[in-house]
Ligand binder design. Structure first.
Ligand SMILES: NC(=O)c1ccc[n+]([C@@H]2O[C@H](COP(=O)([O-])OP(=O)(O)OC[C@H]3O[C@@H](n4cnc5c(N)ncnc54)[C@H](OP(=O)(O)O)[C@@H]3O)[C@@H](O)[C@H]2O)c1
Length: 304
């Protein structure tokens, strides 16, 4: 929660961020900052040995919600790289029970490009492969990665409903979804999370009512690429408003961005990317930072 403007006498409670957040209405509480290990699986990724140091940093910081996808890999020669890396890390570090892993299906990587495939048969095949990649009997949170214009949305969501009925996945989420697509999905299944691109420079979901709708329905809103993605992070860290706030609070601009997101709504669970331990440790500390309402408003204004 954002720091309220009134002091204790005003009767307003909560002066600091809560140290856990529930994922939707699953009853599962996690650290408010999650992690997207995607940069450990794409081009320019570190060695597996160096990657393990980043997993260790996540554990040390208490970051216990990790997001991946079967398509986090360099190309279609190694689908599931990200899922297998997580399985290796959990085994090596002996912490499988402590981490909630979310994955996704619905994107393929022919020749390294990103291509949508929302056909029910494809979603079934890749979900079953994700179970093997992760080495689990049931996926904690399975998300439909990206609506496929060639397949009616209800058909893709219906396929996920079948996988849930069969016990292959425990909870369902959607990604890259509009408010209308959320409404359509909710007519078919219980949706626990919506994962969309969202950052100070991309605030559409605050303006179109999606974040608010998720909050009302107790659905987690998971902002992805909160720093603007691998290429956008320089734009974010060089932004004059964020740089100035970073100076005022004595923290990195990245931490300012995450504290702003956490303050926007209690159902928000950001998943910053990190391929370096230092980035992850810095991002995790955002859970202990509250921005003054006037400062949060300065970031809101970047999206207008
Ligand atoms: N659903 C979807 O369609 C979708 C699409 C894209 C991403 N995602 C998910 O969202 C996650 C995050 O997105 P992203 O990786 O594209 O971008 P991001 O969160 O915007 O981060 C981009 C880069 O910023 C740097 N960074 C982040 N926090 C930092 C900090 N505190 N200090 C210094 N540098 C920091 C990291 O660099 P270093 O690598 O140098 O540490 C990171 O790789 C992904 O890993 C993935 O799980 C989902």
């Amino acid at each position: 929660m954002q720091k309220p403007s009134g002091g204790p006498r005003s009767g307003v409670r909560a002066m600091t961020q809560a140290m856990t957040r529930e994922i939707g209405s699953t009853g599962v509480e996690v650290y408010p900052i999650g992690w997207g290990p995607m940069p450990l699986s794409l081009g320019g990724r570190p060695s597996e040995r160096d990657a393990m140091a980043v997993f260790r940093a996540a554990l040390d910081a208490g970051v216990d919600f990790w997001d991946t996808a079967d398509s986090y890999c360099i190309d279609d020669k190694e689908p599931g790289h990200g899922e297998r890396l997580i399985a290796t890390a959990l085994k090596t570090l002996g912490v499988a029970g402590r981490i909630r892993v979310a994955t996704k299906g619905g994107m393929t990587r022919p020749g390294g490009s990103w291509v949508r495939d929302g056909r029910p048969a494809h979603l079934r095949k890749v979900c079953e492969q994700s179970l093997r990649n992760l080495g689990v009997e049931q996926i904690f949170l399975y998300q439909f990665h990206w609506p496929d214009p060639a397949v009616p949305y209800a058909e893709s969501i219906g396929a996920l409903a079948d996988l849930q009925r069969e016990g292959k996945v425990r909870h369902l989420g959607i990604s890259n979804a509009s408010p209308a697509q959320l409404a359509e999905a909710l007519r078919i299944v219980r949706v626990e999370s919506v994962q969309n691109r969202c950052s100070p420079l991309d605030q559409e979901d605050f303006h179109n009512g999606l974040v608010q709708r998720c909050a009302e329905a107790r659905i987690a809103y998971i902002p992805y690429s909160p720093m603007g993605g691998g290429a956008g992070k320089r734009q974010m860290s060089g932004n004059p408003v964020l740089k100035s706030l970073a100076g005022d609070y004595g923290v990195s601009p990245y931490r300012i961005v995450l504290a702003w997101l956490l303050g926007k709504s209690p159902n928000i669970l950001p998943i910053p990317g990190a391929s370096k331990a230092a980035s992850l440790t810095d991002s995790a500390a955002a859970a202990r930072l509250s921005l003054k309402p006037g400062d949060a408003a300065k970031i809101d204004a970047l999206g207008r």
